[in-house]
Design a protein around this ligand. Structure first.
Ligand SMILES: CC(=O)CC(=O)O
Length: 246
């Protein structure tokens, strides 16, 4: 390989890239999101400046089933998103993410800086009426969410707008000597969104303390509600919102 060959490689390992080149198209991506009030001090601790928590003291706990994801495969994901502002503009900070697919972990971390770790999330309709999300980390149950199946129909255009909201990750890549090489807030917006169904309803969430999957560090204090929706959408490349090294 010459220098040009090296610089045109898609990702490591050179012999076989770990993930396809973005944009990634997701077909029938199914979301289950429980929004709840949490401890403002814990929220402030989880959100990196200059992002600001949006003042609602809310957190969204999510399960996402992705059966058909170009360049990545078929997988499930679970995690925590915190509504924030950046210079007064609303955005969601992606605080924790757990999933069961190597291409999506590697590509997600290397390109967009998603805070991804390997774990076992699962979203199903449990015998026979309850939308149920679980997250196991190293075989230990750390999260369970429940909501009645397709309870109240939600507006699909409003749902598409919510999906398109700016999302922000804290991308941290160390240099070979351990010092920070990349320390950025990276933003992206999902686009080409077609909502195929959207529902709301009451929801409940149980979070269990685990040192390697600290979802319970943002404890549930009160419930706002649950949302369930299915959409086709595209994840494009991101953009640097803030560079901690400049
Ligand atoms: C590639 C990605 O990072 C997308 C996702 O898993 O949400």
């Amino acid at each position: 390989m010459n220098q040009k060959d090296v610089l045109s490689l898609q990702s490591m390992p050179a012999a076989s890239a770990s993930y396809g080149r973005p944009p990634c198209r997701f077909i029938n991506r199914e979301f289950f999101i429980i929004t709840y009030e949490s401890d403002p001090t814990a929220i402030r601790q989880a959100v990196p400046e200059p992002l600001q928590p949006d003042g609602s003291n809310t957190v969204s706990y999510e399960w996402i089933k992705m059966p058909d994801s170009s360049g990545l495969g078929s997988y499930e994901e679970s995690g925590i998103v915190i509504p924030c502002t950046f210079q007064g503009e609303p955005c969601n900070f992606v605080a924790q993410m757990y999933l069961d697919n190597a291409p999506a972990i590697l590509g997600g971390r290397e390109i967009w800086g998603f805070p991804k770790k390997w774990a076992k999330p699962h979203l199903i309709v449990e015998d026979t009426e309850t939308l149920t999300g679980t997250l196991h980390y190293n075989h230990v149950l750390v999260a369970t969410g429940t909501m009645p199946f397709k309870y109240n129909i939600l507006d699909e255009q409003e749902t598409a707008k919510a999906i398109a909201k700016t999302q922000v990750n804290l991308k941290l890549i160390p240099d070979v000597d351990g010092t920070p090489k990349i320390a950025q807030l990276v933003a992206y917006n999902l686009d080409n969104i077609t909502v195929k169904g959207a529902w709301s309803g009451p929801a409940r969430l149980s979070l269990i303390p685990h040192v390697n999957a600290p979802v319970a560090d943002l404890p549930v204090q009160a419930y706002v509600g649950g949302k369930h929706f299915i959409a086709d959408l595209t994840l494009p490349y991101g953009r640097v919102l803030y560079d901690y090294l400049q």
